[in-house]
Write a protein that binds this ligand. Structure first.
Ligand code: SAH
Ligand code: MG
Length: 219
């Protein structure tokens, strides 16, 4: 928990249906413990996509396609999404959901590890990147991702506050989470200090960082 539960519950209670298909994908994902985007984070994602009107979106971590389809609801007609997923069981489910939504033409799923696939995207540009996969890799992927983004491009990173664990000392965190804990701190430090990047860390859902790439100019 990051924000007090009553506030979170209240914010969630304001959310309404995303249509019967998305609602059923959401229910199924929650039942099967697929870590889909939380409702309040979903609202932020949809709002940003609607405001930024990107032409190309890159998502790392498709799962069963829920967040891709949420973005489809608000992105411009001619926008395209490239989404990456490595877990074999989830890939057919995602493809099936894209078909059911009639969005298979606007979404390309790249099956495999982002570690291998990101390099192959070189030369393409993505105005919006939604980073929502293995948290321990965010830092490692950052330079590659920034190369794929134009000036003004926006990077949204999910799950950056580790349910609040991020503020605990390394030793208060369970041993198996320690590596991720220190990598995530370094990732946030990097997002905040890297030249040409402006970042807001938002304590919504499991913590979201919204970053934009710009060119620093001399005063
Ligand atoms: N964005 C989805 C949820 C993604 S859950 C939604 O909100 O609907 C994170 C997903 O990232 C998992 O399905 C996991 O298999 C995938 N993943 C984790 N590490 C990855 C990697 N290195 N390459 C590709 N996919 C990865
Ligand atoms: Mg997430």
């Amino acid at each position: 928990m990051i924000v007090n539960d009553r506030i979170t519950d209240y914010i969630r209670s304001l959310e309404s249906s995303q249509g019967s298909l998305l609602d059923s994908i959401e229910q199924e994902a929650l039942r099967d413990r697929v870590p889909i985007i939380r409702r309040e984070t979903a609202a932020l994602l949809r709002t940003l996509v609607g405001a930024l009107r990107p032409a190309r979106i890159l998502e790392i971590g498709t799962a069963v396609g829920y967040s891709s389809l949420l973005m489809c609801r608000v992105m411009p007609e001619n926008c395209r999404i490239t989404t990456i997923e490595k877990y074999e069981k989830r890939i057919p489910a995602a493809l099936d959901n894209f078909k059911k939504a009639g969005e298979e033409g606007r979404i390309t799923l790249l099956a495999g590890d982002a570690d291998d696939l990101l390099a192959g995207l070189k030369g393409q540009t993505f105005d919006l990147v939604f980073m929502d996969a293995a948290k321990g890799q965010y830092l490692h992927w950052l330079p590659m991702i920034l190369k794929l983004m134009p000036e003004g491009g926006v990077l949204i990173s999910d799950n950056v506050l580790q349910d609040g664990d991020i503020v605990e000392s390394r030793f208060a965190v369970e041993r198996r989470n320690r590596t991720i804990h220190s990598r995530m701190r370094r990732y946030l430090y990097e997002l905040k200090h890297r030249k040409g990047l402006e970042t807001a860390v938002i304590p919504i859902g499991d913590g979201v960082a919204v970053s934009t790439k710009y060119t620093e100019r001399m005063e």
